[in-house]
Design a protein around this ligand. Sequence first.
Ligand code: SF4
Ligand code: FES
Length: 248
Amino acid sequence: MNLTLKIWRQKNASDKGKMVDYPLSGISPDMSFLEMLDVLNQELIGKGEEPVAFDHDCREGICGTCSLYINGRAHGPATKITACQLHMRSFKDGDTIYIEPWRAEAFPVVKDLIVDRSSFDRIQQAGGFISVNTSGNTQDANAIPIEKENADKAFDAATCIGCGACVASCKNSSAMLFVSAKVSQFALLPQGQVEATDRVLNMVKQMDEEGFGNCTNTGACEVECPKGISLENIARMNREYLSASLKG
Ligand code: SF4
Ligand code: FES
């Protein structure tokens, strides 16, 4: 395949940045999108040019680091997969492909296609955990009966990989889908009840402080989420928040 890549290049956080064109040939349709970028970087290094900086780790849809906006869509044209799971057969020979970083105030660009998503870490630290007594008499989690429907919904919520595609695809740069997944995975389980009130209040407060926008029910987040996290979680978080506010 012969391609024209238009890639966002930005030296550092304070650089203005710009799109740069790169012609690329000899790409196999069986390559992953990141392997295609590896080929480009090898060429750039060979020519003594600076390779394109992009985030990646697992390359199998687990770590959530490969945050690429491809042809105007978070994680590219396919649904329910991450950019690292995208293959070049999703494109045609001769295509022009636009590759940009996530765009959101709370995700500042560090370099080229890499953004700083530590705002998500701070939201998690504000309440995305449970405190368990590990002194030796801890009850085995498997010994606590949990309704199958709730267990399934909690599991689905827990599949959120914190990639940030929901924020990048939202016109308000809202983090509600991410935060609601993290709230839901505990709200649906008995282990999450002890800190439930503080959790939702603290996580929503941190989300607001980080500069994420609010949800206006557009639903782009759900469409672009590689893990299919449901908007139902946002409704659950809103109920949790209302009831926690009344208690507080
Ligand atoms: S909700 Fe989906 S899109 Fe948002 S961070 Fe989690 S996995 Fe990524
Ligand atoms: S590199 Fe880990 S999800 Fe893509």
